[in-house]
Write a protein that binds this ligand. Structure first.
Ligand code: COA
Length: 336
């Protein structure tokens, strides 16, 4: 018989829950990054900050066959709740997904949420409705409101390509690029916070219900501290004007617990600094820094990034760096 149960962070079934949701999401797809077990158990065990988490598992008899992770924003977008839900490939089409969603909706109502959000990643050349996650989300009343390409490039990054890119993007007059790893230095923190806020405002998100929140220095510090606790090293480059103002930044994340992937996260060039090649310059500087890191990135096979399909400048930049699209991430939304 199928049942569901909520798990606490000290529940002995938590590791099986993590393995099942991971396996469900990675099955039948090109290689994809997934948050490590070490990082997951670290953030789940923390007292709730901007987000509270709830964990639900589905069982067939004693066997754990699937699960869901629920994120409840506590500061912005408190009408929403997002869910990552998966059922093991060998246990699908028997109602476990739908049963999990019944529990998910009950928790959403208990917390006064009216909008459900989820992410569905669909292999390239497969229609959204034809993929298990797309068909299931549609049946649950959630439709795609934004589509991002997930892209990969092989690591170590091709040195000849990097040389060509570096030769093709001379630093424009009036700017300097600084690269560093780890926490944001004190003298850059205020500018970093301003640029992160601008990033939130500028990044296209389709029709997704998501507030472009303001990021202050405390949040920068907290993110650096918490990411480090989860095993992440941030690899960063920033472009500064002669006056020391931030003109743009880019960052990659390297996990101590992931043998395969490095993540390309944000890249921003401030509006008044665009059209000068700073985006490519920053990415090239950061790749040079990544290559020089040695030990911590040894053996990593792919650099992964996501770019909204309509983001033409970033799509062009990705092409120049040799990224190839492997699948499409749909942000989905619907009523509770
Ligand atoms: C999506 C997923 C969770 C569904 O789990 P499941 O236990 O097979 O779901 P259910 O058996 O409860 O299916 C409920 C309904 O969803 C729809 N559905 C689910 N999988 C489908 C598929 N492969 N093709 C067409 N419709 C599908 C059907 O309408 C189904 O009802 P039916 O079997 O009576 O026709 C599972 O396929 C999975 O883990 N996929 C990978 C992770 C993922 O994409 N998650 C996103 C979920 S929002």
């Amino acid at each position: 018989m199928l049942t569901t149960r909520e798990l606490g962070t000290d529940d002995p079934a938590l590791r099986d829950w993590y393995d099942a949701v991971r396996e469900a999401h990675l099955a039948d797809r090109e290689p994809a990054w997934w948050e490590s077990w070490e990082a997951t158990r670290t953030y789940l065990a923390r007292p709730a900050g901007r987000t509270a988490y709830r964990i639900v598992a589905a069982f067939d008899g004693d066997d754990l066959v699937g699960g869901a992770e629920l994120s409840l924003p506590l500061v912005d977008d408190t009408e929403t709740m997002s869910v990552v839900l998966g059922v093991l490939p060998g246990h699908r089409r028997r109602g476990a997904g739908a049963l999990l969603m019944t529990e998910v909706r009950a928790i959403a109502r208990e917390h006064g949420r009216s909008i459900l959000q989820t992410e569905v990643t669909v292999p390239d050349c497969v229609a959204f409705e034809s993929w298990c996650g797309g068909a299931f989300a549609g049946r649950q009343g959630m439709g795609s409101v934004s589509a991002e390409d997930r892209m990969l490039v092989d690591l170590p990054f091709d040195p000849a390509r990097l040389d060509r890119i570096v030769a093709g993007v001379p630093a424009p007059d009036g700017y300097r690029v600084l690269s560093f790893t780890g926490p944001c230095p004190d003298d850059l923190a205020a500018e970093w916070a301003r640029m992160r806020t601008q990033m939130n405002q500028d990044v296209p998100r389709g029709e997704l219900t998501r507030t472009a929140s303001v990021v202050d220095v405390d949040r920068i510090r907290l993110s650096d501290e918490q990411m480090a606790q989860q095993g992440w090293t941030k690899v960063r480059s920033v472009a500064l004007t002669e006056a020391g103002d931030g003109a743009g930044y880019t960052e990659m994340f390297v996990s101590a617990h992931d043998p395969d992937f490095v993540l390309q996260d944000d890249t921003l060039v401030g509006r008044e600094h665009r059209g000068r090649g700073l985006g490519a310059l920053l990415k090239a500087a950061n790749l040079e820094q990544l290559g020089a890191l040695g030990g911590p990135v040894e053996g990593r096979r792919w650099l992964q990034t996501h770019t909204e399909q309509g983001n033409v400048p970033m799509q062009h930049t990705n092409e120049r760096f040799g990224f190839r699209r492997v699948d499409v991430l749909h942000e989905c939304e619907g009523p509770v």
